[in-house]
Write a protein that binds this ligand. Structure first.
Ligand SMILES: [Zn+2]
Length: 468
């Protein structure tokens, strides 16, 4: 059990049973038959928007949270249901990855150590070497990795693979993860069809993308942004990531990327700019005033960046932002750890800011505020009545979190994905102890191990230094 002043008084739950399973929680207790089944969950700790609480229960029905309240009241009100007690566990919202590239999962370490604008030398050739079947496998592999890392929603920023995005949707849907699925429309065609096709889908949320502003005319950029605003979808675009791209923009259109998007009327509440690591104060103001969101991708900065987005400054200025992996490492706890660490190293240390927002800010930006950045603020990202039941069951009865003083900060700095016992999306158990419950995850891994290297060989990647 999680003890200590920060977590309130300890419950009367006992230790682990003889079989080693913490508190005897069994997978069947969380397994729904379809999304119609009701679940009355009584966790030891529940992470609500206001913070972690004890003694509360949640009722899940039809894929959504229907009731949240004192456990004694909910148990009394639903005597027909067998309460599922989650002693020693935290029930928390699943992580929301605001920026991913699902068709890059066969590359991984191929990109390590390469110069910053590696999309030209690694990712574009890799994606161009995919066909329908291998793009589907790549997306499904990425979705499985994401679920294992505690993500219940991922946003694909648009593939450059010569395939229809329906194969990506098939991969994510089969894996059981919620997906914001972008279609690249740099040539100005296909937007309305894509937005219409996925409208109302339970797990696929359509979006439009242009990889970088230089890929499209000002008219197409503006039209795409307007189309997204009208449809309530997000317009995804990489902005101000690398020095080279900022300078290309200055040379070609006389403005930095964020300034340029604002100038042509493409910066608004439905715009999601990825990275935004190299922002001037004026651009930060433009983002805040326009209501546009960005994706803060700290691991991408560490692995291939020229800078770290000044997330604590953006938060103070009221810029909306989520956190994204950019396809680097699909591990929610390590992402929030990186989010805090990158801020401290890049900014906090230089101003004596020892808390850098403390733990709470990173948890919020990785869950509810990432959902908000993706236009899914009403759909997912927090444990609240009416929101999708996208959540994690996390074992907190571990030495690393004992004694507990500030659970939110402890989750950022000390928690690990091996504590995630269950991943639930839209009320349905998708992963139990790291593996899918209703499809063969190990067979997919085996297939990817065979097919992935073939794709990489076909791609003829231009690495600066060869792999050993
Ligand atoms: Zn990206």
């Amino acid at each position: 059990m999680l003890g200590g002043p920060g977590a309130g008084s300890a419950s009367a739950a006992g230790g682990a049973p003889a079989d080693g399973a913490p508190h005897g929680l069994r997978r069947e207790q969380l397994e729904g038959k379809g999304t119609k089944k009701k679940l009355l969950l009584v966790p030891e700790l529940l992470l609500l928007p206001k913070g972690p609480v004890r003694g509360q229960a949640v009722l899940v029905e039809g894929g959504k949270f229907r009731e949240i309240g004192p456990a004694t009241r909910l148990i009394a009100a639903h005597r027909d249901l067998q309460p599922v007690r989650l002693d020693g566990h935290l029930l928390m919202p699943g992580f929301v990855d605001a920026h991913h590239h699902l068709t890059q999962s066969f590359g991984k370490a191929q990109s390590f150590g390469q110069p910053s604008e590696m999309f030209k030398t690694i990712w574009e050739p890799l994606e161009h070497a995919l066909d329908g079947e291998t793009a589907y496998l790549s997306a499904k592999l990425a979705a499985l990795e994401a679920l294992r890392g505690g993500f219940t929603t991922i946003s694909d920023a648009g593939t450059r693979a010569p395939v229809g995005v329906d194969v990506i949707a098939r991969g994510t849907e089969e894996a059981g993860i919620r997906c914001v699925l972008a279609k690249i429309v740099a040539d100005g065609s296909g937007g309305p069809e894509h937005l219409g096709r996925w409208d109302g889908h339970p797990l696929v949320h359509p979006s439009l993308a242009i990889a970088v502003a230089e890929n499209a005319t000002d008219k197409v950029l503006k039209k795409t942004a307007d189309m997204c605003a009208e449809a309530g979808a997000v317009f995804q675009i990489h902005v101000n990531e690398h020095l080279a791209s900022v300078e290309r923009s200055l040379k070609s259109v006389g403005r930095r990327p964020v300034e340029y998007l604002h100038h042509i009327g493409a910066l608004g509440p439905h715009t999601l700019g990825s990275h935004a690591t190299l922002l001037t104060p004026v651009e930060m103001r433009l983002l805040a005033d326009s209501g546009a969101a960005i994706s803060y991708n700290p691991v991408a900065s560490a692995w291939k960046g020229n800078a770290v987005a000044h997330a604590t400054m953006l938060a103070a200025m009221g810029v909306r932002f989520g956190t994204g992996t950019d396809g680097t490492r699909a591990d929610g706890f390590r992402l929030i750890d990186a989010a805090e660490t990158a801020q401290r190293l890049a900014y906090g240390m230089h101003s004596g800011d020892n808390s850098c927002g403390a733990g709470r800010i990173w948890l919020e930006h990785a869950t509810s505020l990432s959902a908000d950045a993706l236009g899914l603020g009403k759909v997912t990202g927090e444990i609240a009545v009416g929101k999708a039941a996208d959540f994690l069951v996390v074992d907190v009865n571990v030495p690393e979190l004992t004694p507990s003083w500030d659970l939110q900060w402890e989750l950022v700095r000390l928690a690990n994905r091996d504590q995630i016992r269950a991943v639930v999306v839209a009320g349905k158990l998708r992963l139990w102890e790291g593996w899918p419950t209703d499809w063969d995850g190990r067979a997919l891994v085996e297939r990817a191990a065979k097919v992935g290297p073939q794709v990489v060989r076909r791609a003829k990647l231009q690495r600066v230094e060869p792999l050993p």
